[in-house]
Design a protein around this ligand. Structure first.
Ligand SMILES: O=C(O)CCC(=O)C(=O)O
Ligand SMILES: [Fe+2]
Length: 460
């Protein structure tokens, strides 16, 4: 799952000896900024009624101490609670085209209209794709199919788990529940035994429900179509981005998130690229209660937005995308490296006839075979590393790195492993050709063995 919360502490038994790469000094600011988002996520879970600006101010005033910030917020909320200025239910719409911001020739504008410290509320597909790296398709599935899918997920949702994370001496729960699905039982077994998430295996991996499987090719078709459109309308020369896969997008994993009631949320984060690779595209289907999906651009140190106190986190405004029932949001290839996203807590929600107060969300993802943990670098704790993109520092912005998973989790002792990650223009890792070669050899061996067995069978 994503990096918005940490998981249980991992015990490091005997660190294995490997080459000792170190974190170059230029990356330390990356870690600080990442942990600001992590701290904000913690604070948001402890103070779900407060807006992000208030949380950030408290964090800065407390010199980055979550404990101190949390105490201050608890005290001030009993005296002068600062309420969110956002609309009370999701669905408030501001259309940019009404202000003639969309250019008449139909070529997408790249100029951001979001002002520092403000939230721009968007609903229309044109505005969304012009202002964010996302596109949206409303009323995506036939009505009955969407309801059937929602119903299956509602039946499953009571068994979903929230993620446990430790804050000081207390165990806190992530402010929503989720579950991990793959397309077959064999793949579920492989996920449980071979894949690592934040340093440990995931026990509950399920086979997608029949309705999830039914919707999967529809999502694939729409995502591939939208990728082509995005390239033509938005990318330089109408070409795919560097590191973006040229292959068609196939959904082989799905995270299902459940938000029960207005307060359940997910803090700002970018999705982990470890198994998706660079420039990943994600198809996100929303069902049930409409909620706000917020996005904000990651600001680099050399951008002009650094505040006087040195912080970057809220240096720019954010955009709120309204996600109604049965909408498919496509997070395009520029999203995870350059933007962060969240599901904001709401003041109130409009109950959905089937889902009542719940919102169910499926993020369909495309795991790359070449990024199976058997191939990716291991850290000195002998655990497969996580893939991250450098975003903050001018010198390293856009470069990828393999890191010990604990490097970004406050309070966890990691081994500090760091290694630059190299990909070709199509986002394939350096070992891809070896894997292909191994695959061919294996296939040849298998077919030789098979024909040998046939001959032996014929003789007997
Ligand atoms: O619920 C959503 O729409 C977003 C969920 C999300 O960000 C995630 O699963 O990584
Ligand atoms: Fe996410």
């Amino acid at each position: 799952m994503d990096a918005f919360v940490s998981r249980k502490r991992r015990r490091v038994e005997e660190p294995q000896k490997v080459a000792t790469p170190c974190i170059p000094p230029t990356e330390s600011a990356e870690q600080e900024e990442e942990s600001t988002d992590f701290k904000l996520a913690l604070l948001a879970s402890l103070h779900p009624k407060l807006d992000e600006t208030t949380l950030l101010e408290a964090l800065l005033a407390s010199d980055g101490s979550v404990e101190q910030a949390s105490e201050c917020l608890a005290q001030s909320s009993t005296t002068s609670p600062r309420k969110r200025s956002a609309p009370s239910t999701a669905g408030y719409q501001s259309s940019l085209s009404a202000y003639r911001i969309a250019p008449p020739n139909g070529i997408a504008t790249r100029k951001s209209v979001v002002k520092k410290g403000q939230t721009l509320y968007l609903y229309s597909p044109d505005d969304i794709e012009g202002q964010t790296p996302c596109s949206i398709i409303h009323n995506f599935l036939p009505v009955k199919q969407a309801d059937a899918l929602l119903q299956q997920l509602l039946d499953e949702a009571p068994t979903y788990q929230s993620l446990e994370f430790k804050l000081f001496d207390r165990v806190v729960w992530s402010p929503h529940t989720f579950c991990f699905y793959v397309n077959s039982l064999a793949e579920a077994e492989e996920q449980k035994t071979e894949y690592i998430y934040d340093g440990r295996q995931v026990e509950d991996v399920r086979q997608s429900t029949s309705e999830m499987l039914k919707a999967c090719p529809q999502v694939e078709e729409a995502v591939n179509r939208e990728i082509q459109r995005r390239m033509q309308d938005f990318y330089p020369g109408g070409k795919k981005l560097k590191y973006q896969s040229p292959h068609s997008w196939k959904a082989n994993t799905a995270f299902v998130n459940c938000y029960d009631g207005p307060k359940e949320n997910v803090g700002y984060h970018a999705d982990q690229l470890t198994y998706l690779g660079p420039r990943a595209v994600i198809g996100s289907l929303s069902l049930g209660v409409a909620r706000e999906f917020r996005v904000r651009k990651i600001v680099a140190e050399d951008d002009e937005h650094r505040k006087a106190d040195g912080s970057l986190a809220d240096a720019q405004g954010q955009i709120s995308i309204h996600l109604p029932h049965n909408s498919l949001l496509i997070m395009h290839a520029e999203m995870q490296e350059e933007w962060k996203h969240s599901i904001a807590p709401a003041q109130a929600i409009d109950p959905h006839p089937l889902a009542k107060n719940k919102r169910l969300n499926i993020t369909y993802r495309c795991y790359k075979d070449n990024l199976h943990p058997r191939y990716t670098p291991k850290c000195r704790c002998n655990i497969p590393t996580v893939l991250r993109c450098a975003t903050r520092k001018k010198e390293s912005r856009g470069r990828y790195m393999w890191m010990c998973h604990a490097g970004y989790v406050p309070g966890q002792e990691g081994c500090g492993f760091f290694q630059w990650a190299e990909f070709d223009d199509d986002g394939e890792p350096s070992w891809a050709s070896n894997v292909e070669q191994e695959g061919k050899v294996l296939k040849e061996q298998e077919s030789t063995e098979a024909s040998h067995n046939d001959r032996t069978a014929d003789r007997s």
